[in-house]
Design a protein around this ligand. Structure first.
Ligand code: ATP
Ligand code: MG
Length: 430
């Protein structure tokens, strides 16, 4: 009996991993431009990190974690998101002591959530995220949003929008919370059982419910922006000011709340408006988390970040009809006839590769015709055929497969003049 991948996970075969490499490179380049440095943390952590860092009332902690006990009886959890781990590491490695603050970090890696599989929702998915920790300046909020938008735009997305809101500080959230309870309590029996539990524990989360999202009480619910105290309102106004300075357009959605407990002040999402993207239109989510560092045992260090899954970025690209071109090209296929020629082919292919020329040969001892077919299928730009004559004379016909032209050259010249050759043939084609 054969064994399949676990539900909610996928294999990425070479024709897909190529696209992933393009996107990952684009992400790394963008982070370099913005001066965010990569951090790599373990894929599993102590369970307590997430119950404390993400919050016990969240869907993630209540329903979605892959938690297990290891052989030493510790409760460990496959990371469902990146921020808690980055903040743990920030505290553990005392990055708050670095002379340059804020500390700007990014990560790309797998996250694990026990969810119902559907388009854009997997049990293992790859998130790219950034965190800027150690600044409470609204200009950094704008920078974080700009970086996310920049990645999407460079990837080729056009139909995206930035949606923002402010959750305010603790005081603002408290008065909003009281108003929410008063609003929903008389009708809470109309809501799902999750929402009934949320009412006392975390009424804000009701606004983020996927089951009851069309209940009319959602629209009439008390809006966060109306409960912001002066300080929070000023902060929000400055964030919007800096978005304007950066020339980024945005929409304010007073009902936007984020799924994790630790957010305050700025919250944002980036949505796809591409046709056919489907029900899940959120590409990325992020926000400010002043207090999380302290909550995980560090000194006061306000932070902000976002996370996006690369799977959803690809879905959005598909919805907009974007195509990726093949990046992995083959420069030369080396065909050989006979044992002595095979030795030469092996050593020549190795020399080509050492000179940064991508090269391939036959490993099935096939006839010349079959080897030529492989060269075609692999889309090789050039092919050479090594037989007894070539071994004797040291000269070989270099054939350009795209236009059929040939030149006779020595093996050494092929390598030393390869760049020139490529150029002149390219000009000829143009
Ligand atoms: P959703 O409301 O879609 O469940 P979320 O609020 O749980 O999203 P976050 O925790 O904010 O999502 O994660 C940030 C981003 O990670 C999302 O905007 C989305 O791009 C992506 N993401 C979240 N869960 C999954 C998943 N199961 N599969 C693929 N991508 C995901
Ligand atoms: Mg979710």
């Amino acid at each position: 009996m054969s064994i399949n991948v676990p539900r909610g996970t996928r294999d990425f075969l070479p024709d897909e991993t190529e696209k992933w490499q393009v996107i990952e490179e684009l992400i790394r380049d963008t982070c370099r431009l913005f001066q965010y440095k990569e951090i790599r943390t373990p894929v599993f952590e102590h369970t307590e990190l997430f119950t404390r860092g993400v919050g016990d009332t969240t869907d993630i902690v209540q329903k979605e974690m892959y938690t297990f006990t290891d052989r030493g009886d510790r409760s460990l959890t496959l990371r469902p998101e990146g921020t808690a781990s980055v903040v743990r590491s920030f505290v553990e490695n005392k990055l708050f002591g670095l002379p340059d603050q804020p500390v700007k970090l990014y990560y790309i890696g797998p996250m694990f959530r026990y969810e119902r599989q559907q388009a854009g929702r997997y049990r293992q998915f790859i998130q790219f995220g950034i965190e800027a920790i150690g600044s409470n300046n609204p200009a950094i909020d704008a920078e974080v949003m700009a970086l996310a938008m920049s990645v999407y735009k460079k990837a080729g997305l056009k139909k995206i929008k930035l949606v923002i809101n402010s959750l305010g500080d603790t005081e603002s959230r408290q008065s909003h919370r009281d108003a929410l309870i008063a609003h929903f309590a008389p009708h809470i029996h109309e809501f799902c059982s999750d929402c009934q539990n949320r009412l006392e524990k975390n009424p804000l989360r009701i606004l983020d419910c996927k089951v009851d999202r069309d209940n009319p009480l959602m629209d009439t619910a008390p809006k966060l922006p109306d409960y912001l105290n002066d300080e929070s309102a000023t902060y929000f106004a400055k964030v919007k000011h800096y978005l304007g300075v950066l020339g980024l357009s945005y929409e304010v959605d007073p009902n936007l709340v984020r799924g994790l407990d630790y957010y305050n002040h700025t919250a944002f999402e980036i949505m796809s408006e591409g046709e056919g993207f489907g029900a899940i239109s959120t590409l990325a989510g992020g926000g400010r988390y002043n207090g999380l560092v302290e909550n995980l045992g560090g000194p006061v260090s306000p932070g902000i970040g976002f996370a996006m899954s690369i799977e959803r970025l690809f879905l959005a690209l598909e919805a907009e009809g974007q195509k990726f071109t093949n990046i992995d090209t083959l420069d030369m296929y080396v065909v050989s006839m006979g044992e002595a020629a095979k030795d030469k082919a092996i050593s020549f292919v190795s020399q080509l590769r050492e000179s940064n020329i991508t090269a391939e040969m036959d490993y099935l001892d096939r006839k010349v015709k079959a080897q030529m077919k492989s060269a075609d299928r692999l889309n090789a730009k050039y092919v050479i055929v090594i037989g007894d004559t070539e071994l004797e004379t040291g000269m070989v016909m270099l054939k350009n497969l795209s236009n059929g032209s040939q030149i006779e050259m020595s093996f050494e010249d092929i390598i030393s003049k390869f760049d020139e050759l490529k150029l002149s043939w390219q000009e000829e084609l143009a």
